[in-house]
Design a protein around this ligand. Structure first.
Ligand code: S3P
Length: 170
């Protein structure tokens, strides 16, 4: 079935769901954020601090396009990746894309704890966090929506996701 790219906002469950889905389907699991961190030998937070966002976006696009993928893989992507350059187009041309969609409120609840690793979210809490998510989602939604498959991320399980992928197999 090839490459399946999971896209969506931070906190939508791409990595957790992706890892479990890959195990169920006997696919390889690739986390692009993690690949990037291995390549530069820095955490994303460290990379942001040292070099800022622009170099990070260039690098993440390069990692997306230069990774040598196995025949079948589930790939989790950074929340911002679809919004930059022609990354969304590239993913649609090279595999299938699945947008895991959640509301700003749900995302904020999930992100309220565990934001330390995410440089864009530091220092944001409560209403400020929701406002930030609403703004970013507003910018990104038209890119996320170019996904082949859009799924409701609320109470989504690897089992459900596998079923959806089977039904929509082309
Ligand atoms: C980002 C999302 C993060 C990571 C970076 C920027 C974003 O990935 O790539 O912190 O711009 O939304 P996750 O969505 O895997 O947390």
């Amino acid at each position: 079935m090839g490459l399946i790219f999971l896209i969506g906002f931070m906190g939508s469950g791409k990595t957790t769901l992706g890892r479990k889905l890959a195990a169920r389907m006997d696919y390889e699991f690739i986390d692009l954020d993690h690949k990037l961190e291995q390549q530069v030998e820095l955490s994303i937070a460290e990379y942001f601090t040292l070099f800022g966002e622009d170099p990070f976006r260039k690098l993440e696009s390069e990692v997306l396009k230069k990774t040598v993928y196995p025949e079948n893989a589930i790939i989790s992507t950074g929340g911002g990746l679809p919004y930059f350059f022609d990354n969304m187009e590239w993913m649609n041309a090279n595999g299938r894309t699945v947008y895991i969609k959640l509301s700003p409120k749900t995302l904020a609840d999930r992100l309220e704890n565990g934001k330390e690793e995410r440089p864009l979210l530091q220092e944001k809490h409560g209403e400020a966090l929701i406002a930030f998510i609403e703004q970013k989602l507003g910018e990104r939604e038209s890119f996320y929506s170019q996904a082949n498959i859009i799924v409701d991320g609320l109470s989504l399980t690897p089992e459900k996701l596998e079923q959806i992928l089977e039904t929509k197999a082309t």
